[in-house]
Design a protein around this ligand. Sequence first.
Ligand SMILES: [Zn+2]
Length: 145
Amino acid sequence: MSVSRLTAAIAAAERALATAGDADFAALADELDAARQGVRDDELQMRAVTLWLRVQERLKQAALDSLARSLPPCPCCRSRDLMIAEHCTFGDLRGVDNHTLRFTMIVCSACGDTRLRCENATELVTDAGFRAVTVPAPAPDGPFR
Ligand SMILES: [Zn+2]
């Protein structure tokens, strides 16, 4: 509807992308998407979509960086060089309300050790084949000090 709103959204996204800082990229993406609705200028539309894609890439990278900071080194060989695949699904593993369970797969680049993290662990239910267990607390003088 408003060319000036879209122009402002484009300028804000360009400014944020030009910096290394952590702008609110989710809000910038939402504004680019909302502001371009109804605008009939093809060049502005192309700029907005291109920027929206760049903002999405920045959001993905920020999420990946955050995940990488939370991961311990490989439990087998202690390498810190890992490969990560997000949003993996496996066969017919389903959770609450038949939602598809999504996993993040973490593979050690050095030895191939593979770990999985369930992205929606609160949706795990026993009828999906999972059984709940609680591991014992480590002994105070055990190997986990
Ligand atoms: Zn390893």
